[in-house]
Design a protein around this ligand. Sequence first.
Ligand SMILES: [Zn+2]
Ligand SMILES: [Zn+2]
Length: 177
Amino acid sequence: MTHCHPDHIGGLLDAENRRVFNVADIVLHPLEAQHWLDDEQFTLADERGKRNFRLVRQTLEAYAGKVSFLNDENIAEAIMPVWLPGHTPGHTGFLIESECTSLLIWGDIVHYPHIQLAQPTVSILFDNDPVQAKETRMKILEHAVNEKLIIAGMHLGQRGFSFIHKEENGYCIAYIN
Ligand SMILES: [Zn+2]
Ligand SMILES: [Zn+2]
């Protein structure tokens, strides 16, 4: 999982809170689990936030014994986790390396690509730590341009894959047809 917001984990349970994918394992950044299991963070959250915490907790419970945590190693051959904190504490991208062009599945680095690429300092309400999210966004955008990575995200707009190009002030998105 890139992170545990409801639009990313919402399909893992059925209506009775039972796990949907019986042979699946969940792989998460340890800080992501720590955040959602933290009672202090739960208390600080508003009602909507508390609903998110409950969903994560029910999901981790339903998949108990099938959850493992990322370390600095590859998940599988040529699939490398990339910690991209800020949107959530354990927000993680996955770099799928190939000899020619590599693919970075970057989760929720942006929600409104046209705005946040032109102005990478713009954060969204759902960014848990807006300052850290901004720093991460700026760093990974630069990296994506330099390495000519293909980007896949969950809020990229019209198409699933794109390149990032640098502009005079900021960046722009170039969807791959
Ligand atoms: Zn999110
Ligand atoms: Zn999302």
